[in-house]
Write a protein that binds this ligand. Structure first.
Ligand SMILES: C[S@@+](CC[C@H](N)C(=O)[O-])C[C@H]1O[C@@H](n2cnc3c(N)ncnc32)[C@H](O)[C@@H]1O
Length: 335
């Protein structure tokens, strides 16, 4: 959500903007869904022109774009629309495109889950269990289109994160790097470019690994499995990006212990996560935290909370490496 939604000095406006905030979100989902940003280059275009090309209602499009522009997505320029930095990120061809990420938040299953958020409030448990009792991961395993959108969203949000991680950490010393719950392998592929002597193993659920089959090479092996049941590969480097935040402490410790069991002496575990912000103001980590609660029963954590998880699973935090992206690298070593 745009920070301006909740920083108004007018109390009515603060509440109205927040209470109706879904309206901005829905406009964003639907314009991402029709690929609007891909139809806008550097020259401003009128809503009529865009609507004709996209076969949508011109006035409705203009009104939605006006609202989005008020929140920094697109800009109004002499009665026409042009890109803002944020709307450029909605383009498919942007190297750090967030198009799929924006579409994922519009998935009906996400909306149904948030409709039942009160269940989380009453119980501290994921609202998702009322809508999809099998859990989100099994749901994606049996819903191919949603699975595709989710995997694409994870790839999409990782473009910027991976760039930050690459710039902050030297991967050249590793021989075998396992990306556990690595999705479609976007982070691992980028890491292998920076570590030309290393091999990589992408470990994720079968339906996800299947979606990454085009990445397989003599340097990148795909391994389908479940980190709660199956043995993990032996590696001297482990990547675990935005996995631990999906889970409550009990499961998080189980995952870390499974890695500890497979990790040879001297291995390094890199937990890549967005730490919960200590600032009082709006911050994406706080929104993500409620998404983790509602969707999965997970949470965003502070550094001491991660240290505690490491201590419970046979690791010790060696150092915390900040990145220019919104994630930190927590380097842990076996004790
Ligand atoms: C939030 S996504 C993160 C993906 C990737 N690491 C990234 O940051 O883009 C969580 C990943 O965990 C995987 N996952 C969930 N449960 C799993 C399990 N039991 N075993 C292996 N992978 C699992 C999901 O399929 C998904 O790819």
């Amino acid at each position: 959500m745009d920070a301006s939604l909740s920083t108004s000095s007018n109390p009515f406006d603060t509440l109205a903007q927040l209470a109706g905030g879904y309206c901005v979100a829905r406009c964003l989902h639907v314009v991402a869904g029709i690929g609007l940003a891909d139809h806008l280059e550097e020259t401003p275009r009128s809503a009529e022109e865009l609507a004709a090309e996209l076969q949508v209602h011109p006035e409705a499009l203009a009104r939605m774009m006006r609202l989005l522009a008020a929140h920094g997505v697109f800009e109004v320029h002499e009665g026409a629309f042009k890109h803002s930095a944020a709307s450029r990120l909605l383009r498919q061809d942007h190297p750090q495109s967030l198009k799929a990420f924006a579409k994922m938040f519009g998935l009906p299953v996400f909306w149904q889950i948030f409709e039942g958020l009160e269940h989380s409030l009453q119980t501290g448990r994921p609202a998702a269990e009322k809508v999809i009792p099998e859990g989100l991961w099994d749901y994606f395993g049996t819903h191919a289109e949603e699975n595709r959108i989710f995997n694409a969203a994870m790839t999409s949000k990782s473009f910027g994160q991976a760039a930050g991680v690459m710039a902050a950490y030297d991967f050249s010393g590793f021989e075998t790097i396992g990306d556990i719950g690595g999705g479609r392998g976007h982070l691992l592929a980028a890491v292998l470019q920076k570590a030309p002597n290393a091999k990589g193993i992408l470990f994720d659920l079968p339906n996800v690994v299947e979606d990454a089959s085009e990445l397989a090479s003599d340097r990148l092996e795909l391994q389908a499995g479940n980190f709660f049941k199956d043995p993990l590969p032996a590696c001297d480097g482990y990547l675990l990006m935005e996995i631990i935040h999906d889970w409550a402490d009990e499961e998080a410790v189980k995952i870390l212990k499974a890695i500890r069991q497979s990790a040879p002496e001297g291995a390094k575990l890199l937990v890549i996560e967005q730490l919960i912000s200590p600032d009082q103001g709006p911050h994406w980590s706080k929104m993500l935290d409620i998404h983790m609660l509602a969707l999965l029963g997970g949470r965003q954590r502070s550094l001491p909370e991660y240290q505690h998880l490491f201590e419970q699973s046979g690791f010790r935090l060696a150092r915390m490496v900040p990145t220019v992206a919104d994630v930190s690298i927590l380097e842990a070593v076996p004790v």
